[in-house]
Design a protein around this ligand. Structure first.
Ligand SMILES: Cc1cc2nc3c(=O)[nH]c(=O)nc-3n(C[C@H](O)[C@H](O)[C@H](O)COP(=O)(O)OP(=O)(O)OC[C@H]3O[C@@H](n4cnc5c(N)ncnc54)[C@H](O)[C@@H]3O)c2cc1C
Length: 391
């Protein structure tokens, strides 16, 4: 006896910010989506990091999802403060958060919980790692999971991030290394245990910059400091560091910050727990594809970019919302909805990806932090008007 594979009218691979927003907007418009995520449960991974949610993108999406008021209740007061220092620790810019900015900060985990909690139970299939997807004709697809089971769908959405398993159905593009590697560190209970570092970082985001190096840090809602040691380095630089040996890893990272002020080096020296390596990749600026029936992408799967425009999460939210609205506005004409969604998404993503690439170059220039200071000063010779961010 053969068992038929389950069928879902709309299947979304990835329950990150973009996939969840799509499901939520469909839900408020009376439609359902099934989400599949490789994580074993919603609590499996700590969703750390702060995100500033922009008024014209991420917040627009939360309005479409009927979650904006709830979002405002969860923002982190004071989180929009910004400090720019050079490698000697000289403060070049210190903006306090006076509550008038258009980019309130929220903990990534809180935002994900807000979206998840707004969906009917069992919307997300956890522990569902997609390994393959193939077209069946007429816009339908069959999707295979790591446990060997499969399902079919009329509309397949790849919201599965940088290394999307769905992207090859639409595009041969692969993310390329941007030339920047991060080592992430945390200083816990900063006010009590690391007061000097807490003061250096301030209430929001710190950019301490020098040629080819940066220490970017952020105060989190739990009172810890999250630090990104950013190094312009060959792609294999991190391979040469033994992250299983915290002391050796710390020494290897600190070597990159020889000559930096001790108050800045302390952000690495005093880190609690393991250091975590991360290479920064991006898809080509202007990545797009020809319409393929019954399948599309959103968020990082469509337009992975470096975090230096602070737009990735905002775009994922807006993509999810706009795709949901496009589908709701054109019942029975999925292809027209996908074409309308992709047209706007491609144009929007190209602008942000170009900005993010420019910011990557600007942050690590030989005269750094001058490039960033010019952006904040709105110097006319600067092509970019958006201040970089990295939560
Ligand atoms: C260090 C860093 C700092 C950042 N800072 C900011 C910032 O300040 N502001 C900002 O706007 N953006 C920031 N970003 C970017 C932002 O995190 C991403 O753009 C955003 O999370 C993309 O959302 P997404 O839903 O497209 O993908 P993701 O959040 O990556 O979600 C993808 C989901 O798909 C699941 N998945 C993956 N593969 C499979 C599979 N095969 N089968 C099933 N499920 C799968 C994953 O488990 C995950 O839940 C930052 C990124 C980095 C790396």
């Amino acid at each position: 006896m053969t068992t038929r594979s389950p069928h879902y009218p709309v299947a979304v691979v990835g329950a990150g910010l973009g996939g969840l927003t799509l499901a939520r907007v469909l839900h408020v418009n009376g439609a359902a989506a099934a989400l599949f995520d490789l994580e074993p449960s919603p609590a499996a991974r700590v969703q750390g990091g702060m995100l500033d949610i922009h008024d014209d993108s991420g917040q627009e999406a939360l309005r479409a999802a009927a979650l904006h008021e709830e979002f405002l209740r969860r923002v982190h007061p004071g989180g929009e403060a910004t400090r720019v220092l050079d490698r000697q620790g000289t403060v070049w810019l210190a903006h306090e958060d006076d509550g008038t900015g258009g980019r309130p900060e929220i903990d990534r985990g809180d935002l994900r919980d807000l979206l998840l909690g707004s969906l009917p139970e069992d919307t997300v299939h956890w522990g569902a790692k997609v390994t393959d997807a193939r077209p069946l004709g007429d816009g339908r697809h069959e999707v295979t999971l790591a446990d060997g089971t499969a399902f079919t769908t009329d509309l397949l959405v790849g919201a599965d991030g940088a290394w999307s398993r769905i992207r090859p159905l639409l595009s041969p593009a692969r993310p390329a290394y941007t030339g920047v590697s991060f080592v992430e560190a945390d200083l816990r209970d900063a006010d009590l245990r690391h007061p000097a570092s807490a003061a250096v970082v301030g209430g929001g985001m710190l950019f301490a910059l020098g040629a080819g190096r940066g220490l970017l840090a952020h105060r989190e809602t739990d009172g810890s400091l999250h630090v990104y040691a950013a190094v312009v380095a060959p792609e294999d630089w991190l391979d040469g560091i033994d992250f299983g040996d915290p002391e050796a890893a710390r020494a290897a990272v600190l070597k990159e910050y020889d000559g930096w002020h001790e108050s800045l080096r302390a952000l690495v020296t005093d880190a609690d727990g393991a250091l975590v390596p991360r290479r920064i990749h991006a898809l080509p600026v202007g990545h797009r594809w020809e319409r393929v029936p019954g399948v599309t992408l959103l968020g990082d799967a469509a337009h992975l970019m470096s975090p230096f425009a602070g737009e990735g999460a905002n775009l994922a939210l807006l993509d999810g919302a706009e795709l949901g609205l496009a589908l709701a506005a054109r019942p029975g004409d999925t292809e027209a909805a996908l074409a309308a969604y992709e047209d706007r998404m491609f144009r929007r993503a190209e602008v942000s990806a170009a900005e993010s690439a420019r910011n990557t170059a600007l942050l690590f220039r030989a005269d750094s932090p001058q490039g960033l200071l010019d952006v904040f000063a709105g110097r006319p010779d600067q092509e970019t008007q958006e201040a970089p961010a990295c939560g």
